[in-house]
Ligand binder design. Sequence first.
Ligand code: PAF
Length: 284
Amino acid sequence: MQTVHTIAELRTVIAKQKAAGKTIGFAPTMGNLHEGHITLIREGHKHADFMVSSIFVNPTQFGEGEDFDAYPRTLEADSTKLEAAGCNCLFAPSADEMYPAETSTWASVQVHNITHRHCGADRPGHFDGVSTVVTKLFNIVTPDVALFGKKDFQQLAVIRRMTKALCFNTEIIGVETVREESGLAMSSRNGFLTVEEKDKASTLYQQLCAAKEKVLQGNTEFEQITNEARSTLTDAGFGAGYFTVCNASSLEPATKNDSSLVILATAQMGGARLIDNIDFERSQ
Ligand code: PAF
């Protein structure tokens, strides 16, 4: 696996592959890689010849008081994992490379209608930071396909809309969430949990499954279902968050007529803000 740190180097690598007729797959990450990220690389190889991954802890998607400084930086270990997974090229730029002081305030990307709710309401500006950095990365990598985990369901929806609205010639692939045996979604933030908190944290996925079952059994009292789940989470020691049944495409609150649904949830457990979801089809 080749590792490059500058945009110019990466463009040269990509141009060479494209000239040889290879298709390019891309899995952007912020590092501290776990099996969920590795799955993106493996899945990517089913759709593209040459897999590129990036590791960049993007400052513009963290708000004040969030965990930007504490976010684990583990480049060496990540690089070993990517190589073992068959990644062909790692792009690990510095903050100056991605946001040179001269141009850093010149432009940003905003996706409308879908970014004001859920994580967007909890973390103002977060999705602008994500959309801006992913736009920059897409313009550098020019991937044929790009892979994002379904764990960050709202992020995936935002990227899909952005790609369509801004005419990127890139197919977006959503990859299933990889879970611990307990059901807890793998996340870089799980490292902030103590053993005891990690044990309790699986209640979040259990509540998502329980809520899905209620809906599948024909219960459309979504508010009541989510209130019950929230109260169970509070009793299990979770802090503030949301738990909400939505239309899987618009991410607006679900109506009784919606058939493609997603239940989105986030909750604080100790020092970690956990995020998870479950998507499914409901027959009318
Ligand atoms: O999901 C992430 O790790 C980040 O939000 C992403 C997509 C790499 C952009 O910084």
